[in-house]
Design a protein around this ligand. Structure first.
Ligand code: NAD
Length: 481
């Protein structure tokens, strides 16, 4: 595997400065939109082959997301690129300050298999909009999508600046031996630590978009219709995206014990409504990505105490890589299903005596990527925000914050670091360069030796005082010297 030549070509092209112009950036983003437009059916087919995604789900979570993001970039990139004036304190008078966003250089993007189109192309839009050259390494576990991206991208986007390199762990490890100006990684925390270790050797900045267990707190809601909407959104947020194989899927629900029976009945009702009486035949749910993940998920159910906690579903079909939407009531908290990210169609319902206890429950575990809470209690909302830590918090809905490009998307602690989406993507792939324009008159002598007490006094004042104080002092200083 010799990527050296390809990466050198990218670096040379980047140095030519051609990726910097707004025209080049917009042309690439438009070309990406064209790619999506011309190949929509092929993308649907690749997502069906890799994950059994229904075209509507594929549009909602992949194609539509990329289109939305590309259009947002086309509408705003000039504004994002514009130098921003920065206020300069009087101490520096006469001076002007500005901040310009410059591209980082040649960046490497690793994407995961669960949203193999959007999680590859969405960061790519950010990287191009910021004027970088890019290597995209799609996930080998979604081979049809990976190969489609590798075939189409060079025909639409500038091949001198954007390359797709396919492959598995061996290729990824080789890529990590090269020098990059940024690595943007979406995937598991296990591989993230390999990426970060490699990046540390060359002091390469990284963004890590990881996962974890995203809890949903269900507080008592005053009206039955609100409760139904909340549970419907929980069902949508659990089984809706890729059969629960999503970093922001609801991992488990916390509810007061007395409300658990009604919650479970409503969960079942909406599962039936969305996926029919025989979800395997309905072909609405995505399937498990491969045998290895299927086995991983089945192993979560091996513990007899976990099996006994199943209150709905539980059937599996290895041939079809299908696992039925499954609800568990209070599985043991030390079982793997409650200590690891589920990333599949199991939903544990965990009961607490008082809903306020859910804060302690969440705080005793690694920081989630997203915390969902269904509540109308403003005091409880404030407590959740101020007493817990997570990449994001969504009140009274699931998933949709991912689509909101004006909010940063990313984790904290074990759910990752860095953020993207909208302008945040542009910033993630840019360096904010500070520019200070000074004049060659009005010299402040106390900054230079030889030192004396007066100069010390001046410096103390200058660092602490406002503008009038400095002016008065300067006048006195001039008179004395
Ligand atoms: P993964 O870590 O197995 O793979 C991610 C990428 O890393 C792939 O491109 C893969 O080829 C590459 N890779 C695999 N082995 C490697 C190695 N040894 N060295 C370097 N790179 C290697 O993750 P996955 O199974 O594709 O994705 C599932 C995980 O990703 C879950 O934990 C999920 O929560 C997380 N995820 C997070 C987000 C987010 O936006 N925060 C989105 C989707 C998935």
């Amino acid at each position: 595997m010799d990527f050296l030549r390809e990466i050198q070509e990218l670096r040379q092209f980047f140095r030519s400065g051609r990726t910097r112009s707004v025209a080049w950036r917009k042309k690439q983003v438009k070309a990406l939109l064209q790619l999506i437009h011309d190949n929509e059916q092929a993308i649907f087919e690749a997502l069906r082959q890799d994950l059994g995604k229904h075209p509507v789900e594929a549009y909602r979570d992949e194609i539509g997301v990329v289109e939305k993001s590309a259009n947002n970039s086309l509408n705003h990139v000039e504004k994002w690129m514009a130098p921003r004036k920065s206020h300069v304190p009087f101490l520096f008078f006469p001076a002007k300050g500005e901040v310009i966003s410059e591209p980082l250089g040649v960046v490497l993007i690793f994407s995961s298999w669960n949203f193999p189109i959007s999680l590859a192309l969405d960061p790519l839009i950010g990287a191009i909009s910021a004027g970088n050259a890019v290597v995209l390494k799609p996930s080998e576990q979604a081979p049809a999508c990976s190969s489609l991206l590798a075939k189409t991208i060079p025909h639409y986007l500038d091949p001198d600046a954007i390359k797709v390199i396919e492959g598995g762990a061996d290729v990824s490890e080789q890529l990590l031996l090269q020098r990059w100006d940024k690595i943007f990684f979406t995937g598991s925390s296990r591989v993230a630590s390999i990426v970060m270790t490699a990046a540390a050797k060359t002091l390469t900045p990284v963004t890590l978009e990881l996962g974890g267990k995203c809890p949903a707190i269900l507080d008592s809601l005053s009206s039955p219709s609100e409760l139904k909407t909340a549970v419907k959104r929980i069902v949508g947020g659990k089984w809706g995206p890729c059969s629960g194989q999503a970093c922001i899927a609801v991992d488990y629900v916390l509810v007061e014990e007395k409300f658990a029976p009604v919650l479970i009945e409503l969960l079942k009702k909406f599962i039936r409504r969305f996926y029919g009486d025989n979800p395997k035949e309905s072909k609405v749910t995505a399937r498990i990505v491969n045998k290895q993940h299927f086995q991983r998920l089945c192993n979560l159910l091996k513990d007899p105490l976990v099996v006994n906690s199943i209150v709905h579903g539980g059937s599996v079909d290895e041939e079809e890589l299908f696992i039925e939407p499954t609800i568990l009531l209070d599985p043991p908290l030390d079982a793997q299903i409650m200590t690891e990210e589920i990333f599949g169609p199991f939903l544990p319902v965990i009961t607490v005596n008082q809903i306020q206890e859910s804060i302690e429950f969440i705080n005793s575990r690694p920081k989630p990527l997203t915390l969902y809470a269904f509540t109308k209690d403003e005091t409880f909302k404030r407590k959740i925000v101020s007493e817990t830590s997570s990449g994001s918090v969504s009140f009274n809905d699931t998933l949709v914050h991912f689509l909101c490009e004006t909010l940063p998307f990313g984790g904290v602690g074990q759910s990752g670091f860095g953020r993207y989406h909208g302008k945040y993507s542009f910033d993630t792939f840019s360096h904010e360069k500070a520019i200070l324009h000074r004049k060659l008159f009005l010299e402040i002598e106390p900054r230079y030796p030889p030192w004396n007490q007066l100069k010390m006094q001046f410096l103390r004042l200058a660092y602490r005082l406002n503008y009038f104080g400095i002016l008065l002092f300067l006048m006195g200083f001039r008179r004395r010297n």
